[in-house]
Design a binder for this molecule. Structure first.
Ligand SMILES: [Zn+2]
Length: 281
């Protein structure tokens, strides 16, 4: 149906006005996205983010109970809980992340089946018992937690939200701008969702690799041997074989084998002469 005027069917002018409205919506979507630019408090990089750092912290605190509940709640093992917290805070202190607007807290969750670790915006970080018990050293734990700290500091959640809002705006624009015939509308919707998926998938993988590099950097600065991150990837790959399927971790994290090259490159960049023997393994 034309948006304005007499019912003229699929005329050139009706299509033209839909196109114009679509263009305006797309322009608004881009303008809002552009206005969300803000420098990262840690890296200085200009980013498009949908939340302030204060909003990120508030969201993280608000959502932490619910997220924990989905993975068995907080683990009753006080010693394990203390280890996760101590290693996490060692990474935070060694990298001067405690001067930043985020509040880092590290939690061991009771779920013994789901191999996973994740971070909420603002600094709430979680590891399940299933992943925790598969790790052999503190350095490996530091690798997992360092990766998750990377997601917080790089503000991936806020970036995703900004992108999702942009995508939503553009999908609306394409919907209005395209012809309203069944096939035209369907094609436009399919094209819009494909564009949306492409953007989000691409950034998703990029985010993981970025967090891996950050994790390597953070653990090394805290005195942990970053090659432990390679062992973490091996643990994940083996766990995937064991179960005859993919652990949950891979739903949000790309294939560990693909990440190994990038992690090795990050370690070489950090230590071109080889990793010092003095680091904690
Ligand atoms: Zn990740």
């Amino acid at each position: 149906m034309p948006m304005f005027g007499k019912r003229t069917g699929r005329t050139r002018s009706a299509f033209g006005s839909r196109l114009a409205i679509g263009g305006v919506i797309a322009a608004i979507a881009f303008f809002s996205y552009w206005r969300m630019r803000s420098p990262n408090p840690h890296t200085g990089e200009m980013q498009h983010v949908a939340m302030s750092t204060e909003q990120e912290v508030a969201l993280g605190l608000q959502a932490r109970e619910e997220m924990a509940a989905q993975f068995g709640g907080l683990h009753p093992d006080a010693q394990g809980q203390e280890t996760v917290d101590r290693v996490g805070q060692r990474l935070v202190a060694a990298n001067a992340l405690d001067n930043l607007p985020w509040q880092f807290e590290f939690h061991l969750l009771g779920d013994e089946k789901t191999i996973n670790a994740f971070a909420l915006p603002g600094g709430q970080i979680f590891i399940t018992a299933a992943l925790y018990t598969r790790l052999q050293t503190e350095a490996q734990l530091a690798g997992v937690l360092g990766h998750e700290i990377g997601h917080v500091v790089e503000r991936h959640g806020s970036e995703h939200l900004a992108k999702a809002q942009l995508t939503q705006g553009l999908v609306g624009a394409v919907g209005v701008g395209a012809a309203d015939g069944a096939s035209g509308g369907q094609m436009a919707a399919a094209a819009a969702s494909m564009v949306g998926n492409m953007i989000n998938l691409k950034y998703g993988r990029g985010d993981e690799l970025e967090s891996d590099s950050r994790g390597v950097e953070y653990m090394a600065k805290a005195g942990y041997d970053p090659t432990a991150m390679i062992h973490v990837m091996q643990v994940l790959a083996e766990a995937s074989g064991d179960r005859g399927g993919q652990p949950e971790f891979f739903a949000t994290h790309p294939n560990p084998e693909n990440r190994l090259d990038q992690i090795r490159a990050a370690i070489r960049k950090l230590y071109p002469q080889g990793v010092p023997e003095t680091l904690e393994k």
